[in-house]
Design a protein around this ligand. Structure first.
Ligand SMILES: Nc1ncnc2c1ncn2[C@@H]1O[C@H](COP(=O)(O)OP(=O)(O)OP(=O)(O)O)[C@@H](O)[C@H]1O
Ligand code: SF4
Ligand SMILES: [Mg+2]
Length: 347
């Protein structure tokens, strides 16, 4: 059933302005915006044999208005998780619950509309922009799908969205190739926001930008998030970025979350050897300038193949603290301090 017109945010968030077409979610404020339970996403190996578990038994929740950071090396499953969170990829096992409801239980049309509420912004600023369409046409497009072509407020709302991300009206008639990377990423943020989503999943959205532009785009996003009370999942491999924007941070290694804690807690006292190694790789800033951390933890070897992960703890082939138990037993996921979770036998 499609509902058009104003209705309460099922996650209990603020009203985000002019109505757009919505799905049939009922208000269920007591549920987290994302409830992820034993999520697995499998791919068939390109060689034809074997199953690659890009996301493997991942569970966490993201509360309303929270910014949840996810960090991990290349290939750890961050983008696959992002796609599963926004219903672009169907879970192979487990559940992605949105405000307590399973979107994959909806019919096709309801699911298509439902996706508007959980927007994904990609790393590549060009990925969502049609090079042959003007910026205005690109920003209006989601509204046309949602409200219908020619709805009276489409153009005004698109111009307002562009203004909100710091782009003056003259940008509206330009084409993507006439914009810088940072400006294109602003357009992508406007495109995502125009559907008044409950949650935004940002997958490495500043990684492809010049360092000088990154802070501008990040600060813009932080401002919008605070203003709208948006729920955000922020994925990056950049420690300084994830610490800057997140309330809590999950650390991913080979498709699994190995540590999860409030951002300040993780910075102050990382428990998992992998998190400690990531943190120690961050340059130290002092009065003498920037230098490498003298306590840097160097990891052995390469990340093993996801097609044949190591037995026991997946990190054991690279862990400086590995012992015999680590290959025999999978470490349990346990709470080690308040809201601080870790999967390591010796953390
Ligand atoms: N469509 C697909 N088919 C097969 N394998 C895939 C597919 N998408 C991802 N993978 C594999 O799943 C694993 C996780 O990939 P993913 O892109 O999620 O990692 P990531 O953490 O986002 O990496 P990066 O930091 O490089 O973006 C990788 O081994 C990748 O090759
Ligand atoms: S369980 Fe063992 S191998 Fe795994 S992180 Fe802990 S010490 Fe290292
Ligand atoms: Mg990725």
């Amino acid at each position: 059933m499609q509902q058009v017109g104003p209705r309460p945010d099922p996650t209990g968030g603020p009203s985000l302005g002019t109505p757009v077409a919505r799905d049939s979610l009922e208000p269920v404020q007591q549920h987290p915006v994302f409830g992820i339970r034993d999520l697995e996403v499998h791919f068939r190996a390109t060689s034809g044999s074997g199953t690659l578990r890009a996301v493997d038994k991942v569970s966490f929740t993201v509360n309303r208005g929270e910014t949840f950071g996810i960090i991990g090396e290349s290939g750890s499953g961050k983008s696959t998780l992002a796609r599963a969170l926004t219903c672009m990829t169907r879970p192979s096992r487990g559940q992605v619950l949105h405000a307590g409801l399973d979107p994959w239980g909806m019919d096709k049309r309801a699911l298509r509309l439902h996706r508007h509420n959980y927007q994904l912004i990609f790393q590549n600023p060009d990925s969502a922009l049609n090079p042959r369409r003007t910026i205005l046409a690109s920003v209006v497009e989601p509204l046309e799908i949602s409200r219908g072509r020619g709805a009276p407020d489409n153009r005004t709302d698109a111009l307002q969205a562009l203004e909100r991300v710091g782009l003056r009206p003259e940008f509206a008639e330009r084409f993507p190739h006439q914009l810088s990377g940072g400006q294109k990423q602003r357009v992508n943020i406007a495109r995502a926001l125009i559907l008044q989503p409950y949650a935004l999943v940002c997958d490495e959205i500043v990684s492809a930008l010049d360092v000088s532009i990154r802070a501008e785009v990040l600060n813009l996003l932080i401002g919008i998030q605070a203003e709208l009370g948006l729920t955000m999942v922020f994925i990056t491999h950049d420690l300084s970025v994830v610490s800057h924007v997140s309330d809590r941070i999950a650390v991913m290694y080979m498709g699994q979350i190995v540590e999860l804690a409030p951002a300040h807690e993780l910075r102050r006292g990382p428990l998992h050897p992998y998190t400690r190694a990531l943190w120690s790789a961050e340059p130290v800033i002092s009065a003498m300038g920037m230098r490498q951390n003298s306590e840097r933890v160097l990891l052995n070897g390469e990340i093993p193949s996801l097609l044949s992960p190591p037995s026991g703890c997946r990190f054991r082939t690279r862990c400086p603290q590995a012992q015999d138990t680590c290959s025999a037993q999978v470490p349990s996921w346990r709470e080690s301090g308040q809201d601080h979770w870790v999967a390591c036998h010796f953390a």
